[in-house]
Design a protein around this ligand. Structure first.
Ligand SMILES: Nc1ncnc2c1ncn2[C@@H]1O[C@H](COP(=O)(O)OP(=O)(O)OP(=O)(O)O)[C@@H](O)[C@H]1O
Length: 358
């Protein structure tokens, strides 16, 4: 188990920053997901922690030891890449044993550790297979075993399941979480899949342009996004541009109380918080497209100014395309200059309050 501290780390490529003044502390046994769009600096940051890239500034410490300028092999880290770079001329057993042989461990110890790594990732009977005879998911498990067998203090995973289909990705994600918790290994996981981050992480770091937008547990990221970018990046979100005057939103359909100074405001609300009811108002919105997901229906509605919103309604809702509707937000966020300035929270149901208090 280990603690990781990243302090003010930057990486310049030429004249542009891939990572800028980034700080993060990861606790013993914690799993943190780095989440962000393509090019936001996630891989560069992970590579700097693994020692594959040298920071232009800042410090990286593992258990208080400064490792900033140590090469990968002298760091207590194990990295699993998106392309796993397995050795195709070796069988599964020897792929895993390789790192241990370099460390000159006795044969019996190598055997024992490889066998237990194979069992850990569900490949107990595959030791003598060649890597080319493995499926994509098995290859990814092997890549994981090859890292874990060296007993790293910190596990670094760079989009390890990106090339796998959705079903397999979800299964491996659960397996990794299970293994990570059993071993209690401090882990950083890079992904640009929000579902992956929400399902896996103890905390999520949302990155944008090499900087941190927000660091928080998944439920906080979802329920209390601090910036409009985070709000729009995690889950589905409706945005409505308006302004406030005397603490009230000036949009005729959304006359919400927003106790901030007069000025522009961006309203944001989830589809599940957008309530729609039939209306004959002149400025009513129009239900446009309805998709029935079985458990719920998703309705696209167009405001008169062309803004498109999504509302989630019950499966037996009578809504039809072409109907005039009046939307309202049961709960919403308000942003100004991208920063959260106000948030209304609905009264929590007992069941939800109970879940949150666990
Ligand atoms: N070796 C390099 N030389 C020059 N620029 C680089 C290098 N590696 C990364 N970059 C740039 O740094 C920025 C961050 O890249 P990085 O790969 O860290 O992003 P990412 O968030 O991991 O993206 P993705 O999700 O697409 O993998 C990008 O603008 C990228 O073009």
């Amino acid at each position: 188990m280990a603690r990781l501290a990243i302090e003010g780390v930057s990486k310049l490529f030429g004249t542009s920053y891939a990572v800028r003044d980034f700080s993060l502390e990861v606790g013993d046994g914690e799993l943190v997901c780095l989440l962000g769009p393509s090019g936001s600096g996630k891989s560069t940051l992970l590579r700097m922690i693994g020692g594959f890239e040298r920071p232009s500034g800042g410090t990286i410490r593992i258990d208080a030891k400064d490792v900033t300028s140590l090469p990968p092999e002298r760091r207590p880290t194990g990295m699993v890449f998106q392309s796993h770079a397995l050795w195709t001329h070796m069988d599964v057993f020897n792929n895993i044993a390789f790192g241990l042989k370099l460390r000159r461990l006795p044969k019996s110890a190598i055997h024992e550790r490889v066998e237990s790594a194979l069992a850990l990732v569900g490949l107990a009977d595959y030791g003598r297979r060649m890597t080319t005879q493995l499926s994509g998911g098995q290859q990814q498990r092997l890549a994981l075993a090859r890292s874990l067998v060296l007993e790293p203090k910190i596990l670094l995973l760079d989009e390890p399941f990106a090339s796998l289909d959705q079903h397999l990705r979800e299964r491996l994600r659960e397996e990794v979480r299970d293994i990570q918790q059993r071993l209690g290994i401090t882990t950083l996981f890079v992904t640009h899949g929000q579902d992956e981050a929400l399902a896996l992480a103890d905390r999520i770091v949302v990155m944008r342009d090499g900087r941190t937008e927000q660091i928080a547990p998944p439920s906080t990221i979802y329920r209390q996004p601090q910036t409009a970018f985070v709000a729009g990046f995690i889950g589905s979100m409706n945005f409505v541009q308006s302004h406030t005057r005397n603490g009230v939103c000036g949009h005729p359909l959304f006359p919400l109380a927003i106790p901030i100074e007069d000025g522009p405001v961006t309203l944001a609300g989830r589809p599940e918080a957008l309530v729609i009811r039939p209306s004959d108002r002149a400025d009513a919105a129009t239900a446009h497209r309805i998709v029935d997901f079985g458990t719920h229906k998703m309705v696209d509605i167009d405001l008169v100014d062309g803004t498109r919103l999504k509302a989630m309604v019950a499966p037996d809702d009578r809504i039809r395309a072409g109907m005039k509707v009046e939307p309202s937000f049961a709960s919403f966020f308000a942003f100004r200059d991208s920063a959260l300035v106000h948030q209304s929270m609905p009264a929590k149901s007992d069941a939800e309050a109970e879940l949150l208090s666990v």
